[in-house]
Design a protein around this ligand. Structure first.
Ligand code: NAD
Length: 443
């Protein structure tokens, strides 16, 4: 590749301390997603699937995925032995599966919580799996068995009875063998050959061949995201979703101990996702020379990437925030609430205490985000767009619900009853008060 005299892959650099307040607020913003427009486009697709069921899925696969389908669903058991999978890829999937399973199985909360709040008043809480879950595995521009693992493994260890995977079919009407292999590993009951809004509609409402699910998980493009948001607001569907999703993002906090090659590689690994990807470097007390080294390294590594065109665009919209102190760096990062946070800091482990908002944290020079994306054990389906302030990433608890119960003895009600009667009377709810009174009066 010919090197141009002007740097091509340049991030915008901002001195945080001297930036005016409005500029500081703007730095936290992501590109606006035009959901109103998307909702209007997605609604007719959802309506068509509700009206015409499997026939709509077959027609939409032909027009949107250029795939000819003879069937919409592949049911288990899947024919695994005939799948054309490279042995090394299969071994890598097996190792990733084992690590993700180990970490997610450890999160299960099967123990019942029991608390006696007053003598004779026993409150408890127990977990049950969500029975039927639908997992969307994107497949428009890339094959993503890693997403099938990240959604399928927690569903499996949580004990969901019916795991339905959905992914866009390939032009020959098949699903990628790697995704089929993961479907087998996680014990999926069926794989739906559909992508986009039509897949989400089929999962939410069901069709002749697709069983309806209770909760839909998974990332996807704007068609998928808009459809998830629409169905979760429809009481006919009675379905929930994992979280709102947006373009992926990373924030790296680096000090003068950081290695420019590592920092540049981490920023680029996110920038190659798509032109909307968010890449932010928070540079703590960097000299001009240190900053230059990182910029040169980004330029050098980016030029060698096959997805250089995507990277050029995403890096062009990305930011370097220069700050003077670690505290200032974390103040910015916690306000931004990144999906991925990488700490290239001296004593990085000690600094984790300063993290308030982030989807997943990568600590120290040998913890690239790629490891969490694929195989270390943590989940890669994480809150974007600042939602890390209030959402957790997908985890085993996302596939369970917690039910509370109480058992009150006669003696317990003698003590608690007058409190409840007083509060019910205060709210004017006589029948509530009465349900206690009749028991207190009973002999
Ligand atoms: P996708 O599976 O999300 O979407 C493909 C589907 O979109 C097609 O099957 C088609 O039905 C629908 N579609 C496309 N153009 C359409 C049109 N004009 N009209 C109607 N429907 C249309 O695959 P993708 O497009 O490759 O997007 C994958 C997304 O998932 C990317 O944005 C990627 O960044 C994201 N992703 C995120 C994570 C994460 O954990 N955050 C992981 C993997 C992928």
């Amino acid at each position: 590749i010919q090197k141009s005299p002007i740097a091509d892959f340049r991030m915008r650099s901002v001195d945080y301390e001297s930036a005016p307040a409005e500029e500081k607020a703007r730095l936290l913003k992501r590109p606006v997603l035009k959901f109103d427009e998307m909702m209007a486009k997605v609604r007719p697709i959802i309506d068509e699937v509700r009206r015409r069921g499997d026939k709509a899925l077959i027609d939409l696969a032909a027009t949107l995925d250029r795939a000819q389908l003879s069937e919409t669903v592949i049911r288990s058991p899947f024919d695994i032995d005939s799948l054309p999978i490279d042995k090394n890829v299969k071994d890598a999937i097996d190792q990733a599966y084992a690590n993700i399973k180990q970490f997610h199985a450890a999160q299960i909360t099967n123990e019942t919580l029991i608390v006696e709040t007053m003598p004779g008043v026993v409150c408890s809480r127990f977990a049950r799996p969500i029975a039927r879950v639908g997992l969307y595995v994107p497949g428009g521009t890339a094959v993503l068995p890693s997403t099938a693992l990240m959604l399928g493994v927690p569903a499996q260890v949580a004990g969901c009875q019916q795991i339905l995977l959905a992914s866009p079919p390939r032009p020959d009407g098949t699903i990628s063998p790697e995704v089929m292999y993961v479907a087998h590993l996680v014990g999926a009951s069926a794989v739906l050959k559909a992508g986009g809004a039509q897949a989400i509609a089929a999962l939410a409402y069901g069709t002749e061949s697709v069983p309806k699910v209770d909760k839909i998980f998974g990332p996807g493009n704007q068609w998928v995201t808009a459809a998830k948001m629409l169905v979760q607001n429809d009481t006919d569907a009675l379905v929930s979703i994992d979280m709102p999703a947006g373009p992926s993002e990373v924030l790296v906090i680096a000090d003068d101990t950081a290695r420019p090659t590592f920092v540049a590689a981490d920023l680029l690994s996110q920038a190659e996702h798509g032109v909307d990807s968010q890449v932010v470097l928070v540079a703590v007390n960097f000299s001009h020379n240190q900053l230059q080294q990182i910029e040169d390294e980004i330029e050098k590594q980016a030029r060698a990437l096959p997805r250089a065109e995507i990277v050029r665009e995403s890096i062009g919209k990305s930011l370097i925030i220069q700050v003077s102190t670690i505290e200032e760096a974390f103040e910015f990062s916690n306000s931004y609430a990144p999906e991925h946070l990488i700490l290239h800091l001296k004593d990085a482990k000690r600094r984790v205490d300063l993290v308030q908002n982030a989807g997943s944290v990568f600590v120290g020079p040998y913890s690239p985000e790629s490891c969490g994306d694929y195989a270390s054990g943590t989940n890669h389906t994480l809150p974007t767009n600042g939602y890390a302030r209030q959402y957790s990433g997908v985890n085993t608890l996302s596939f369970q619900k917690h039910i509370t119960s109480q058992e009150i003895s006669k003696e317990g009600l003698d003590k608690l009853g007058p409190v409840v009667i007083r509060l019910a009377e205060c709210e004017g709810l006589e029948a509530h008060a009465n349900a206690v009174r009749v028991r207190l009066k009973a002999t």
